[in-house]
Design a protein around this ligand. Structure first.
Ligand code: PMV
Length: 317
């Protein structure tokens, strides 16, 4: 059994987080320059079934996989593969992860860990599967990690392409008409997506007259952003992003630190900015013209953003 290497990208949601959980469409983009990489090394001398996890960013240094919490994405991913292949146990191996992707900050780290592990382990075991099958297994993992996931994270990360995603509908792969430049920046606040999703679910139960129309309006923004991406209408994309931030703030999913970064990005010359992911912390995204990227990065650095970076979604000619 040879050593193998796999990797999975991160993701950011352009429009539609949270609303996507309620069946509205969302647009999610791959973060191809922030990845989780996995090397799997066989341990032929170890007794069968010993899988050890090395993941410096998570403080894991040879932890047996079965000692991880049962809702940990790596634990779940290993279990899903073993179960799918009906194995009683896996051959012994070391799983060595490295991450350029910030963990737990709205950029899809749990789905990325799951996809890298599932894809890598299947190949290591001599059973590579299609993206569709990998996506299904990764979605099963996400169900343990978040409460009631929509499936958007595992989908955009498995296929690593811009997607227009709606639960239960056929996946639409988006073809941007022009390059789209983004700056992302971390608020430094870690917030569990499960908590923000279940917090909104409670409010939906008690105050659906207020929450439902906001969620539907977010769905409409995803539809207009889709058209704008396909026609290369930057002003319309910017409008959808800014409106989406306003609606997320109405849902109380923003916070002062995110509002601050959104304002700094706009004051520094971004066309639009919003939180991305679960909210109440994590990252913002800013849509930026190519010639303003450096200015917006500098503005955010000066005003306290953590590790802002640039990423580009290439237009399809
Ligand atoms: O915070 P992240 O990266 O896990 O993004 C979550 C996106 C949500 O719409 C809030 C939840 C979901 O399952 O779609």
């Amino acid at each position: 059994m040879p050593a193998i290497k796999s990797s999975a990208c991160g993701k950011f949601i352009l429009v539609g987080e949270h609303a996507v959980v309620y069946g509205q469409p969302a647009i999610a983009l791959p973060l191809s320059n922030r990845r989780i990489t996995l090397h799997i090394e066989p341990q032929i001398l170890a007794p069968s079934g010993k899988i050890k996890v090395f993941f410096p960013a998570l403080g894991l240094d040879g932890e047996p996989v079965d000692k991880l919490p049962s809702n940990h994405p790596i634990y779940r991913a290993v279990w899903e593969v073993i179960n799918y292949l009906s194995l009683s146990q896996s051959p012994s191996c070391d799983l060595r992860f490295n991450s350029q992707l910030p963990i737990g900050t709205g950029l899809g780290s749990s789905a990325s860990m799951a996809v890298a592990t599932i894809r890598g382990l299947l190949e290591f075991l001599g059973h590579p599967l299609s993206d569709a099958a990998i996506n299904k297994l990764a979605f099963e993992c996400e169900k343990y990690v978040h409460s009631n996931p929509s499936g958007v994270d595992n989908t955009v990360i498995t296929y690593e392409e811009p997607v227009f995603y709606q639960k239960g509908q056929e996946l639409v792969s988006l073809k941007p008409a022009a390059d789209l430049h983004f700056v992302l920046a971390d608020s430094g606040i870690q917030k569990s997506t499960g908590e923000t999703v279940s917090g909104l679910a409670e409010r939906y139960q008690t105050d659906s007259a207020l929450i439902k129309p906001i969620i539907e309006s977010i769905g409409q923004l995803a539809n207009s952003a889709r058209r704008a991406i396909e026609t290369g209408d930057l002003a319309e994309i910017a409008e959808a992003i800014n409106q989406n931030q306003r609606l997320l703030a109405e849902l109380e999913l923003s916070c002062p630190e995110l509002d601050h970064l959104v304002n700094v990005a706009l004051e520094s010359g971004a066309l639009a900015a919003k939180l991305t992911g679960g909210g109440k912390g994590g990252h913002i995204l800013a849509l930026v013209k190519a010639n303003r990227v450096e200015t917006v990065l500098q503005g955010l650095i000066t005003k306290g953003a953590l590790n802002p970076f640039h990423t580009v979604i290439r237009g399809v000619i």
